[in-house]
Design a protein around this ligand. Structure first.
Ligand code: ADP
Ligand code: MG
Length: 249
């Protein structure tokens, strides 16, 4: 039984069909990659699953629940979480506070000040925050302001923020974009560790084929919104349609 499944998922922007009847599954504990040329619909697909966009048609099922069109903060309650780019970081707060706020927001569905009065809840939040900062290797920087972190560490912090809701499944859209080769390597190591240590199910969009072939269990290939291949790295590598799409055919 799959953890996540989309059935004929479709997203139109006016006359443009960005995601065209996409059906695919993600198994529990798997690292699933979505690849495809620029404009293939990868980000739109992720956004339709995580609730950032409302699909035009089709459905999304997570853990046997129909989550089609759920608001992102509701989807988080079911166990999915998306790592956002630096916009989600509060630069003047400490690294630890950034993760604690995310954990509080996840626990209560949205963020309200009276959560801080709930002492029992705060201890849980503190524990989750330490665990996730440890998981991404930022525990020693917990009291630093988030804005003072180097670029690669800010991206790690975003991952810790996404993990603060203790999700079963993590979505990452081009997590290594803009990173140096060293930062990219350590991020890829981190993704592998997250799968091993936290048992996370991961869906990753990434343009670097070397990374994809290293970490993905199965790869979904999109072109112009459509699924053109779906299989193991070996199956996808040998697929003629995939080779053609990447050569601009
Ligand atoms: P990818 O992430 O694979 O590069 P996207 O999902 O971002 O592709 O985009 C797929 C297609 O949908 C592109 O043609 C893009 O221009 C279009 N698109 C994406 N978002 C919007 C939007 N909010 N409004 C209109 N068109 C969009
Ligand atoms: Mg994209």
């Amino acid at each position: 039984m799959s953890l996540l499944e989309t059935r004929d998922l479709r997203k139109q922007f006016g006359g443009l069909t960005a995601v065209d009847d996409v059906t695919f599954q993600v198994d529990r504990g798997e690292t699933r990659a979505v690849i495809g040329p620029n404009g293939a619909g990868k980000s739109t697909l992720i956004n339709c699953i995580t609730g950032m966009l409302k699909p035009t048609a089709g459905s999304v099922h997570f853990d046997d629940q129909d989550i089609t069109g759920m608001e992102p903060h509701v989807a988080v309650q079911t166990g999915i979480s998306k790592s956002f780019q630096t916009a989600s970081i509060f630069p003047n707060m400490t690294v630890k506070e950034n993760v604690e706020i995310a954990a509080l927001a996840a626990e209560h569905g949205s963020f309200q000040l009276n959560f801080f009065r709930d002492r029992g809840s705060f201890e849980g939040v503190h524990r989750i925050s330490e665990r996730m900062l440890d998981a991404v290797g930022l525990l020693k920087h917990r009291d630093q302001t988030a804005g003072s972190l180097p670029y690669g560490d800010k991206r790690r912090l975003e991952i810790a923020i996404a993990l603060a809701s203790e999700p079963e499944m993590l979505f990452m859209d081009e997590p290594t974009a803009g990173m140096s080769p060293e930062e990219t390597n350590s991020t890829v190591d981190l993704i592998e560790e997250l799968q091993d240590d936290l048992g996370l199910t991961i869906l990753i969009v990434e343009h670097d084929m070397e990374i994809i072939f290293r970490i993905a269990d199965r790869i979904l290939v999109l072109n112009r919104g459509r699924v053109i291949a779906d299989g193991t790295p070996e199956e996808v590598r040998d697929n003629e349609d995939v080779q053609e799409a990447y050569l601009g055919g």
